[in-house]
Design a protein around this ligand. Structure first.
Ligand code: PRP
Ligand code: MN
Ligand code: MG
Length: 194
């Protein structure tokens, strides 16, 4: 834990090594189930670390398994949170860029499903462009009464209803530079308030 975050955290929920082991297992499963080219789509910003590690492990297991799974990489910026409140989803891709999804097998890579609003809205948008298939890998799914019931195809960990940061998950843009997934404390929320 870097010094600048020490006092802001109440606990380490998932250590980096445990995250990496789980990401490798998910990559293996994704490779096993893949039937051809995949468009791996990173949901920025929170998804970037999981995306980077997952793609690396997918490459490793494709090579080992002697499978043919060419990857193309796509990046979508989605923003729904201001502090802790989830609102409407803003998508960064143009109509033209989205048309590239037609007929493709898409794997969306996200850091966390909280209320599920972001993913449901994103899926609704992407499906309008008639991809062949859309699957979702989310590192985390939060157990919360605010959930809309959405469950991704691949899940790393189900976590309790706490505000977690690290491994690219942020609180007001901070804590993305933390390797472990941690629970932020009240002091941390004050320290990094906007
Ligand atoms: C967070 C998180 C997910 C989404 C989950 O993103 O990374 O994308 O919220 O919340 P939901 O299930 O309640 O919709 P955020 O909007 O904070 O943007 P960021 O990824 O750039 O931090
Ligand atoms: Mn996000
Ligand atoms: Mg965020």
């Amino acid at each position: 834990i870097p010094d600048h975050y020490e006092a802001a955290l109440s606990s380490v929920l998932i250590p980096h090594g445990v995250i990496m082991d789980r990401v490798e297992k998910l990559a293996k499963l994704i490779v096993q189930e893949a039937t051809g080219p995949l468009v791996v789509c990173c949901v920025l910003k929170g998804g970037h670390q999981f995306f980077a590690d997952l793609v690396n492990y997918i490459k490793k297991h494709v090579t080992r398994g002697g499978k043919s799974v060419p990857l193309s990489l796509e990046f979508i910026k989605v923003k729904s949170y201001n502090g802790e409140t989830s609102g409407d989803v803003k998508l960064s891709l143009t109509d033209e860029e989205c048309r590239e999804f037609h007929g493709k097998n898409i794997l969306i890579v996200e850091d966390i499903i909280d209320t599920g609003k972001t993913m449901v809205q994103l899926l609704t948008k992407l499906r309008q462009y008639n991809p062949e298939s859309v699957k979702v890998a989310s590192l985390l799914i939060k157990k919360t009464p605010l959930s809309n019931g959405y469950i991704p195809d691949y899940v790393g960990f189900a976590i309790p209803n706490a505000f977690v940061v690290g491994y690219a998950l942020d609180y007001n843009e901070y804590f993305r530079d933390l390797d472990h997934i941690c629970v932020i404390n009240e002091h941390g929320k004050e320290m990094y308030a906007v």
